[in-house]
Structures are given as structure tokens and as C-alpha cells.
Write a protein that binds this ligand. Sequence first.
Ligand SMILES: [Zn+2]
Length: 112
Amino acid sequence: MTMLHPTWCDPAHCDVPDQQASLSARGGAHRSKLVSLNLETEARGEQGWVYAGLSQSAKPRAGAFLKWIINGQPVGHIPINDAEPLTWLIADALANLRGDDQPIEHAKAPGQ
Ligand SMILES: [Zn+2]
């Protein structure tokens, strides 16, 4: 059985074998390229950068996760479904920066 990969999977980071004996015996994980984050945080320290990327086990019905890595070590992950609200906020902010989206007036006063 030939393995198919998510579109975000990067061959340089994926360790899922091209051929797998059966669905239940699938091993490895799909992984995306890592994106560096320009975070100002104590956790970053002096030795490295914070990176984020996607991963998903090759096992059937495995979910995808957004993970972050500090100094080469995974330090956290969240299910991609839980990250979706944040991605929509970021998409809106980027659209506003590009001028594709215009600021709006709130219908209520601040603090209400
Ligand atoms: Zn893959």
C-alpha cells in the first residue's frame, strides 16, 4: 500500500515509510516545515529560537497537532481543531495589514 501525505507534509521532516504492510501497522509521523517565531520570551533564552510546525501520526484517524519547539525540543502541542479559532484571527489581522479588509466600528462602547 502506497502512503499518501497531507499537502503540508514536508518530505525532509516526514518519517512515514513509503510502503506500509497494513493500516494497523502504520508507523512514523507526517511533519511540516518548521516556521520560526519571533517571540520575545524568557523561554527562548540565548541559545535558540522558537519554532512551530504541524505533525500527524500515520495511524488511521490520527489528528493533526500544532506543536512548538524551543532549542530543538518539543515543548507543547495542541490539536489543530483547537488552534482553528486562532488561525482565523490571524487571517483577519493579515487581511487588515494587506488592506484587503477594512477596520470596522463597534456597535457598543469599549468596555461594555
Ligand atoms: Zn508525510
